[in-house]
Write a protein that binds this ligand. Structure first.
Ligand SMILES: Cc1ncc(COP(=O)(O)O)c(C=O)c1O
Length: 424
């Protein structure tokens, strides 16, 4: 069986002369010794390169990093430094971006159920755009206008009726969706009419997002076509076509690059006569392949005639994607990254449920034993950001590596953190 494909590893990943893996000039085994496990290791060079690729493709300020994919102050600053704007989808994400020093003018606020408090925060800070998702939200913006808050510049989120080929839970552009104003039933037109007449908002454009982890360029081209037909007669300055570009997680998968995806979208828009500025909101494609998660093996249980279970010291609390979406991953030994993987096992975590699976049928090198480090690549998106304290596990730290330096950007939670919010 094959060794883990190096194409799944971050840009600066190298196989050292002893066969071990380094990223950003740092051996993974040394990072695990220094910071403990589980550990998220992000390749800073890779992150910066993907941000730059997005900015070069779409233009400065035309590529919004979707912070839900992975957010901490260091990431917010990095994306902004590289010329990206940021898409935040809650008051918490907005707070982290502002706290990191990203100017409000570089932020767009999303959400299908923004609270008065979240909207008040965004209007007070004067974010670049509020992406309005419902008539109820327009009522709230009217109420905030009556309170005397600044009039926000807004985009209308449209549900274009395009079904993206991805997991049901992350498809968002189809008619049966909690997001946006439905184009097919006339809500989108009604929303635009209301926003145009409203003194509470300044309508600047329209927005759609058809889903996440989408591989087929034709899905994006279809969304561009539907949106162009809707947006062109409106003659508004902004058209945002969302994020959603898929990434390869396992051997054999291939995804378009950010540049290729951009060319599909921009060519389609040009051919469709779009005059608005076209922006996008990539999340996963910026951060997913930039990181690996490093675990330590704690038990190896052979059940003859059934299967082998290899348990590591994390699990669904640092990567819920396999449980949520049945997502696939690969695993490898950082001390022997080129080792062929001839054994099969279920790679599981340490949580108290059988669903706590990281890889359902993992290809692993022969003889994986207790105390080994195992790493899973392509864990930079929707891992740390979806992490939980289930079973009161403390969430892992995040380290950015670059040119031989390892920078701790999120420390490991402590047991004291676990009781910090308790009121006794
Ligand atoms: C509105 C919006 N924009 C952008 C994104 C980012 O998508 P992705 O991480 O797939 O690029 C999402 C993800 O769900 C989203 O809901």
């Amino acid at each position: 069986m094959n060794a883990v494909p190096l194409s799944l590893l971050p840009d600066t990943a190298r196989v050292e002369s002893d066969g071990s893996l380094s990223i950003g000039g740092r051996r993974i085994t040394e990072l695990a010794a220094e910071f403990g496990t589980p550990l998220f290791v992000y390749d800073e060079t890779h992150l910066r390169a993907r941000c730059r690729e997005a900015v070069e493709t779409f233009g400065p300020g035309r590529a919004y990093y979707a912070t839900k994919a992975f957010l901490c102050g260091a990431m917010a600053r990095l994306a902004y430094e590289e010329g990206m704007h940021l898409d935040v989808a809650s008051g918490g994400e907005l707070h982290i971006a502002l706290h990191a020093g990203v100017p409000a003018d570089a932020l767009a606020l999303h959400g299908n159920n923004k609270s008065m408090a979240e909207l008040r925060m965004a209007l007070t800070a004067q974010v670049r755009h509020v992406v309005v998702d419902s008539f109820d939200e327009l009522d709230r913006l009217d109420a905030l206008h009556a309170e005397g808050l600044p009039v926000p510049k807004v985009l209308a989120r449209i549900t274009p009726g395009v079904h993206a080929h991805t997991h049901e839970f992350i498809a968002t552009g189809q008619d049966d969706s909690k997001f946006g104003f439905n184009l097919g039933n006339g809500d989108a037109h009604r929303a635009i009419d209301r926003m145009r007449r409203s003194p509470s908002v300044q309508l600047e454009g329209v927005h759609c997002h058809i889903g996440s982890n989408v591989f087929e360029a034709s899905n994006f081209a279809k969304a561009a076509e539907v949106m162009a037909a809707f947006a062109n007669p409106l003659d508004l300055p902004e058209l945002v076509l969302g994020g959603g570009l898929g990434v390869a997680y396992v051997e054999g998968e291939e995804a378009p690059s950010i540049r290729q995806w951009g060319n599909v979208l921009l060519d389609a828009c040009q051919a469709l006569g779009v005059r608005s500025h076209v922006s996008v909101e990539p999340g996963r494609s910026i951060v997913a392949a930039a990181a690996v998660t490093v675990y330590e093996v704690g038990t190896v249980k052979h059940i003859p005639g059934v299967r082998t279970y290899v348990s590591v010291d994390g699990g669904m609390s640092d990567n819920p994607r396999p449980v949520l979406y049945g997502s696939g991953y690969e695993a490898f030994l950082p001390r022997a990254v080129g080792a062929s993987r001839s054994e099969r096992a279920r790679l599981v975590g340490k949580h108290c449920e059988s669903g706590d699976v990281l890889i359902f049928d993992a290809a692993l090198p022969e003889g994986v034993r207790v105390g080994d480090l195992l790493a899973t690549p392509v864990t930079g998106a929707y891992g740390h950001s979806m992490a939980s304290n289930y079973n009161k596990l403390t969430r892992p730290p995040v380290v950015f590596v670059r040119d031989g330096d390892a920078r701790l950007v999120v420390r490991r939670e402590t047991y004291d953190d676990l009781v910090r919010c308790e009121v006794i």
